[in-house]
Design a protein around this ligand. Sequence first.
Ligand code: A2P
Length: 352
Amino acid sequence: MTKEYNVAILGATGAVGRRMIEQLAQSTIPVKSVKLLASSRSAGTVLKFRDQELTVEETTPESFDGIDLVLSSAGGGVSKKFLPEAVKRGAVCVDNTSAFRMDEDVPLVVPEVNPEALKNHHGIIANPNCSTIQMVMALEPVRRKFGLKQIIVSTYQAASGAGQAAIEELKRETQDYLDGKDMQNGAKILPTKGDKKHYPLAFNLLPQIDVLEDNGYSHEEWKMIHETKKIMLNDINSQDIKVTATCVRVPVPIAHGESVYFTVEDEAATAQDIMNAIADFPGVVLQDDIKNQIYPQPITAEGSRDTFVGRIRPDYENKGAFNMWVVADNLLKGAAWNTVENAEYLVKMNLV
Ligand code: A2P
């Protein structure tokens, strides 16, 4: 008989949580029951899973009694508090926050890239940062065929990466600007909730995602560097691929863009070779037809599980070096879909 799973979604009312409900509904996981968990603020809210109406419950350690699989996206602090409780009760958790990503015994997995890492889980699997996921999706086929030496990435990240409230903030500021009002007072969340100052994102660019560290980098940039090494090389500090990043928030509601400059070991590789390798990789769609002005854009990537790559071109001044443009829905491949996809792999690999 096929095993069926009791699934809990922690943070079910959030921008990512709501999409986890949809992605789970469309997944291959045989679902026996779904429990929707959030804080006391939204307990009692009714949300749909397939044709069932489910009531959101306040999260307590006992919420995880009898649960097989937890999909979580309620913030790092909430994951740290509740996921060990879920594991204690026998659940396997796929966590979309950064709480456990750097822990040695926690696999950090993009299923198309490093599915084998799932085998080493001890109850918690971490979903990488949204910007890291789409970058490694585009670069893993290149690494496998031509070897990767260096990555220099600049991101153009959507407001929704900071949650549903950041989307609302961007909309309010945009309306205020169009109405000729002062936008400054509307900024309460971005660039990052916990920091001292807030700036408007509408009609603006913010070169700060997450907190700024003493080393000069934002924490988002630090995550992109070390998560990429963990996923591709299984070592957060490996020097085998050099990575540096600049992360920028842009006034787009959904889907991140990335300008990625990279160098390969095989200097005979051409831009066409790179395109062919990328086009063959599962979950990646090549959108690269400059004659017809075809290239990835946030408004066309929104709502898709795929990662879109285009504008692939050589750096004519440096051998074995290329530029490309990568776009993906940060709430789907960057978060909800990658989480549910990890859960699908865990089920398929008999690891739950
Ligand atoms: P709630 O709706 O009760 O605030 P987003 O990333 O869009 O900001 O969403 C965050 C999600 O995390 C929401 O579902 C939110 O629920 C949930 N959440 C926030 N704090 C807690 C908490 N202390 N316990 C459980 N869920 C929480």
